[in-house]
Design a protein around this ligand. Sequence first.
Ligand SMILES: NC(=O)C1=CN([C@@H]2O[C@H](COP(=O)(O)OP(=O)(O)OC[C@H]3O[C@@H](n4cnc5c(N)ncnc54)[C@H](O)[C@@H]3O)[C@@H](O)[C@H]2O)[C@@H](O)CC1
Ligand SMILES: [K+]
Length: 539
Amino acid sequence: MRTAHRVTDVVDAETPLLAAGVPLMERASFALALAVASDLRARRGRVVGARIGVLVGGGNNGGDALIAAAHLARRGAAVEIVGVGRAMHEAGAARARAAGARFLDADQDAGELAGRLAGCAALLDGITGIGASSGLRGRALEVVTALRGAMASRPRGERPWVVAVDVPSGVGVDDGALPEGVLPADRTVTMGTAKPALLLPPAEVAAGEVTTVALGLDLTGASHAVVRLEAGDLAEEWAVPGPADHKYTRGVLGIAAGSDTYPGAAVLATSAAVRAGAGMVRYAGPDAAAAQVLTRHPEVVRGLGEADQVGRVQAWLLGSGVGAGDTERLAWLERTLTHAVERGIPVVADAGALAVLPERLPATVLLTPHAGELAGLLAARDPRAGWDRARVEALPVRALRRAVDLTGATVLLKGATTLVAGPSGPVHSQAEATPWLGTAGAGDVLAGLAGMVLASRAGDLTGAGADPELTARLGAVAASVHGRAARRAAGVEGAAGVEASRTRRAPAGGSVGGPITALDVAEALPSVIRDLLDGTLGG
Ligand SMILES: NC(=O)C1=CN([C@@H]2O[C@H](COP(=O)(O)OP(=O)(O)OC[C@H]3O[C@@H](n4cnc5c(N)ncnc54)[C@H](O)[C@@H]3O)[C@@H](O)[C@H]2O)[C@@H](O)CC1
Ligand SMILES: [K+]
């Protein structure tokens, strides 16, 4: 599990150590210099003689960068320092100077400065860290903007290796905002614990590879702001049948997906659910779609009539492939959702079901909007806040949290990185998907998979003493398994391929894979789940 902590919690954890005289900045800057040196050796063979540009702001983030600059200068690098803040960490500057680093004229033309920096082997971004609000200003913004331009005009292989100190300067550290004027990093060396922006869209793409320096902070009392589940965590949450289990104890999922207009959603959602190991699927949709489902999956049972006539289900998937004009189906979905909520049955509410939500919902209802649907939901319930798709994409965590507050439900926001949060607990951020997954029907597969995961853990979700954060965690499990199945189907291979999928940059090796259909993703589920349980799935 990867985790991140909020700025206030990091500051609270640092304070007693600083009061006790623990040299946190020494530790941070030494580890930073080691990381830069190791990257330089890997990329160029040596540190001696390498030109390293250091962008320094006025606070302790600049202090970290200056002391690291001193270490690198002592190892023989040609270090050039550019101050872009009103002040400069004095002790750090003195050490850098004493070690032989050069201070460039900070007032020179930003374009000239940028041209010089763009020719360096490596750049350290030590302008702002956790002490600044989102968005660089003034001279810092001017220099970074010029530098981004100068770097963009060079061939990719001739651009400097960028290492961000703690966070890429200017990102919204806690909310993951990515304003104009952030220098995208190849690596971020983060101090003590990862910061939310390093795991959250849209800022995470500017972080590159993240290295966390252990500073000895005691964060045991602080809650996680962001959690990213890894393979071992998924396996722990996955319900594995025992000898006493049978189809009813393994979880019966009711699926009301698909319509005469979109019958394919029924096939995709049921395929995902049965391939992910549902004990039973009851399909409660229109006849034409049901015929297609049964042709492909004879194991599916039809559920006819109203919710109380369908037969026992432990969870529902409602709404995939039901359009806004399908008033009869929407009315049925609304009645079924109410019925399920009254009985404490977990629900995945997707697509059409998002249009028929009651005012308040329990956390065991998992809404699965994409950015446009979330914008619609927020615009309807919070009309004066100006929510639209662009705003949701720029501030996805805020949009997610707002939707949770307004509905009471657990919300899963689909995207290249999928975010899930409930009324309590962290934001889950799962980034395993490949861009190939952005294809029609992929959401129906996720919905069926998520419904099956909730059905298989229904007892834990609703029993006495149920963990109120479990729905969000299981939503994250589904999102991660969905992304991993997409990677497998697409043939994304090797760390480089995975990294390229995440950062949308060209890989140095491995394979970025090729096109897939939504059904391919459903069909990859059994082998991914098997590897997950065998412990052979990485990451
Ligand atoms: N506090 C600690 O114990 C430790 C802090 N460390 C480092 O210190 C950093 C935090 O240092 P600070 O609290 O001094 O704050 P920062 O250095 O993150 O930021 C404050 C500085 O940025 C300037 N600034 C603020 N907003 C700006 C904007 N929008 N555009 C341009 N400049 C802006 C301020 O004028 C000030 O000079 C951490 O991120 C980390 O790098 C590490 O050395 C580890 C220990
Ligand atoms: K920084």
